[in-house]
Write a protein that binds this ligand. Structure first.
Ligand SMILES: [Mg+2]
Length: 408
């Protein structure tokens, strides 16, 4: 918790902080004394962690009442209630200058996500925060019962050199297994309105083309072409055409069989369900195949699905893909088109993907998240999540476990 003074008078100010075991009536007892003393309150903040209370009140003295009596009464009351009271009197001029600087500053949200956020990770992150001259304004646990997500709001007078900080946070993630996301804090962070997901290895746990190849008994041949493309020897469009050519003869029954055995990524259903309830637009943009993407779109109630189209003749794949091919550029363009269609600003769009062909799309969106991605994608994206559960995306929007319970 932090109390941010908003000062505009020259009178002396008092900041009192009451700490101790929480019980009903503490705030009421303290404010009663302030009311009697006729003080002007400038700010108030309170946090309770388990049963430990910390209450801070900033007020102005010198309005005719007996200032000393007010502070004495507060101290007496706190002691009577078994609490500790600290107070600080200061000159409002110097504080108001500080506050002016502070209000011009930049704010960021740091989100730590893991199965269990460790002390080691917290120490590493707060160390980096201090190193970059950031002040921690608030710390809050977003996860419900488990200690799996912590959000810190940090601030600085000057804008951050974010790429350097991002590098350090990636190192922490690698060393501690705790993902750390950094975002500019402001209206746009919570005002996201659209989420775009890659399909293969993001929304679902497999690569559909590999599964089709298995059905046709050409897995090895297709995998060789994929590898060659990944080494950069073959442009994406060429490699896709070549791989699809191996799928000639694939039947609708085989496609059905593949669809049935594909598993969704953990948390996928809950993520989409929550996003829909909150009124987000959702889309699958996939370099995979529409015969599968369309079914997941329908099953999960996703608004849009764009993917490559296998040419079929009488229920059998011809081994050709119907242009235009959905490659990295087209993925980014499709994101643009959907956002324009929905009249949603790109800053309000989140894109999630794991592959190199998602990078342009991740860059185009206001927030690009590399999800269990290859190292190259991880480094280039705004940030990366290596947790296996897609639900963790909700934490980045500041949605807490309690919010999720309320929505259920
Ligand atoms: Mg993928």
């Amino acid at each position: 918790m932090s109390v941010t003074p908003k000062l505009n008078s020259d009178r002396p100010m008092v900041l009192v902080t009451v700490t101790g075991v929480d019980s009903p009536g503490i705030t009421s007892a303290m404010t009663e004394i302030l009311a009697t003393g006729n003080v002007v309150i400038h700010d108030i903040g309170q946090a309770v962690i388990h049963d430990l209370l910390s209450l801070s009140i900033l007020f102005e003295l010198g309005h005719g009442a007996d200032d000393k009596a007010v502070i004495k009464d507060l101290l007496f009351k706190a002691t009577e209630m078994g609490l500790k009271l600290d107070f600080r009197v200061f000159d409002s001029k110097s504080e108001s200058q500080k506050e002016r600087l502070r209000s011009k500053g930049y704010r960021y949200a740091l989100t730590l996500i893991s199965d269990k956020v460790t002390a080691k990770a917290l120490h590493a992150v707060t160390g980096v925060v201090a190193k970059f001259g950031l002040n921690i304004d608030t710390i809050e646990r977003l996860s419900d019962a488990e200690f799996s997500c912590v959000e810190m709001i940090v601030s600085k007078e000057q804008a951050l050199e974010r790429s350097e900080l991002k590098k350090e946070l990636l190192t922490i993630a690698r060393e501690t297994g705790v993902d750390v996301a950094l975002q500019a804090e402001g209206l746009y962070r919570r005002a996201k309105r659209m989420v775009v997901l890659d399909m293969d290895s993001t929304l679902i746990q497999s690569e559909v083309i590999d599964e089709f190849a298995r059905e046709r008994g050409v897995y090895k041949e297709v995998a060789e072409i994929t590898e060659s493309a990944m080494r950069g020897n073959l442009p994406f469009d060429e490699s896709l055409k070549k791989r699809v050519s191996k799928l000639v003869g694939l039947t609708t029954a085989e496609i059905d069989a593949v669809y049935k055995r594909i598993e969704l990524t953990p948390g996928a259903e809950e993520l989409i369900r929550v996003l829909k309830k909150l009124g987000y637009k959702t889309a699958i943009i996939s370099g995979g195949f529409s015969v599968i993407a369309e079914r997941f779109r329908e099953r999960l109630g996703i608004d849009y699905a764009y993917a490559n189209q296998l040419e079929m003749e009488k229920g059998i794949a011809t081994g050709r893909v119907i242009p235009p091919i959905v490659n990295a550029e087209r993925k980014a363009d499709l994101l643009d088109v959907i956002a324009q269609n929905e009249r949603i600003h790109l800053d309000q769009v989140i894109a999630i993907g794991d592959g190199a062909n998602d990078l342009l799309m991740l860059e185009r969106a206001g927030l690009g998240i590399a999800f269990n991605a290859k190292p190259l994608v991880r480094e280039k994206a705004d940030f990366s999540i290596n947790q296996k559960n897609l639900k963790s995306i909700l934490y980045l929007l500041g949605i807490s476990g309690r919010d999720l319970t309320d929505l259920a």
